[in-house]
Design a protein around this ligand. Structure first.
Ligand SMILES: NC(=O)c1ccc[n+]([C@@H]2O[C@H](COP(=O)([O-])OP(=O)(O)OC[C@H]3O[C@@H](n4cnc5c(N)ncnc54)[C@H](O)[C@@H]3O)[C@@H](O)[C@H]2O)c1
Length: 370
């Protein structure tokens, strides 16, 4: 397989889809790896390191897209990359298609074989390639929320830890999965009062066992959410319904019940966001204020800690990537149900049910499509 690595061009995105050591693993397995010059620089990997690992540096993204049979990336192709998409080419990256109709249309039209990191499963039914970025985003969410809670940024000027004689800040986390639990750890560590909300009672019981009386767990109902956010200084949105658009659990009308200058951090923005007022922001301009509430809705939070994020991401994407490269798309899909779950579009068909349902387009199973 000719594997291609391109530089990410999404705003403020410095991660890269393959490290020099990952390149060496592909080369050792008999594949050829082409790398766009400077692709890894944002994560601290120089061209020379890729060359020492057996990779070949090419001068432009176009050269890599043209020659490669399998493109390895981090973020979804942005509009200016749609022209590169082509038939019989595997694109292996985060896609989040349910929140992106133009990209879905582009992949279907180009007949791209698009494998989404975020829908690949493991034996326990978890999403192993989503988890490392969720861990990072969860850990960042409370830190970012704490920053934008400062008066300078339009926040209500609350120190989460409080001080002797002054109460601590209150953090509400909606969604107790990977993002939610990591946000919980940091919020507890900073000394905040923490409430975490989910529809999964087993998960809430687990968190209750881990954190004991340091946190409050709540079942997710509109009434519980409204009551919790009306007390909150920071609300972290961390829900996920795999492959689907996030549900709006906080509506615009709910903001009237919140304290002015409190902060909403919508980590689920990449799936459309779980607050009605969410709109995607960038690291350059991470926040906006709606109805007196600060909104932080950066869709690629881990991009701000590129080195850590690249290492964490490639730790999980390398092994499936090697399988795909060795078996080809048809072989990978036929022999591995977890990679099959990763296939979102193939040969002009939408092969992921959640995406097909979201857009009302026909669904064809991955096995039929390859
Ligand atoms: N913005 C970023 O940079 C960034 C980075 C990583 C992940 N994410 C996103 O964060 C989101 C969460 O990811 P995750 O890995 O934690 O997912 P996860 O599957 O581990 O957890 C999601 C949780 O949401 C819960 N949930 C579903 N419906 C709910 C409801 N109605 N009320 C309350 N809880 C509900 C589920 O029970 C589950 O516990 C995803 O959309 C993911 O793509 C964003």
């Amino acid at each position: 397989m000719i594997v291609g690595l391109v530089k990410e061009i999404k705003n403020q995105e410095s991660r890269v889809g393959l490290t020099p050591s990952g390149t060496a693993a592909y080369v050792a397995a008999g594949h050829k790896v082409l790398i766009e010059t400077h692709a890894g620089e944002g994560s601290g990997f120089a061209d020379g390191e890729y060359q020492s690992a057996g990779g070949q540096i090419l001068p432009s993204a176009g050269d890599v897209w043209d020659a490669a049979q399998m493109i390895v990336k981090v973020k979804e192709p942005v509009e200016s990359e749609y022209a590169y998409l082509k038939e019989n080419q595997i694109v292996y990256t985060y896609l989040h298609l349910a929140a992106d109709k133009p990209l879905t249309d582009a992949l279907l039209k180009a007949k791209t074989q698009a494998l989404a990191y975020e829908t690949i499963t493991d034996a326990s039914g978890a999403l192993p390639c989503l988890a490392p970025m969720s861990t990072i985003a969860g850990r960042m969410a409370v830190a970012e929320g704490a920053k934008y809670l400062e008066t300078t940024f339009g926040g209500r000027g609350v120190l989460l830890a409080g001080v002797p004689g002054v109460e601590q800040g209150k953090v509400v986390i909606i969604g107790a999965g990977t993002v939610g639990m990591e946000a919980c750890k940091i919020a507890v560590g900073l000394g905040a009062q923490v409430t975490i909300i989910d529809i999964n009672l087993k998960r809430l019981a687990y968190l209750d066992d881990i954190f004991g009386n340091k946190i409050q767990t709540l079942y997710s109902t509109p009434a519980n959410i409204r009551a919790a956010i009306s007390e909150a200084d920071i609300v972290v949105g961390a829900v996920l319904i795999p492959g689907k658009k996030a549900p709006h659990l906080v509506e615009k009308a709910d903001l009237a019940f919140m304290k002015k200058g409190s902060v909403l951090v919508d980590v689920a923005v990449d799936q459309g966001g779980c607050f009605e007022t969410t709109r995607a922001t960038t690291h350059q301009e991470p926040t906006f204020i709606d109805s007196g509430i600060v909104h932080y809705c950066v869709a690629n939070m881990p991009g701000a800690v590129a080195r850590t994020a690249t290492l964490a991401l490639t730790n999980t994407t390398l092994t499936p990537g090697l399988k795909i490269a060795s078996r080809g798309i048809a072989g990978a899909v036929r022999t591995d149900e977890h990679l099959r779950n990763g296939l979102n579009t193939c040969n002009g068909y939408c092969t992921y049910k959640g995406v097909a349902e979201t857009f009302g387009i026909p669904y064809v199973s991955a096995l039929e499509a390859v």
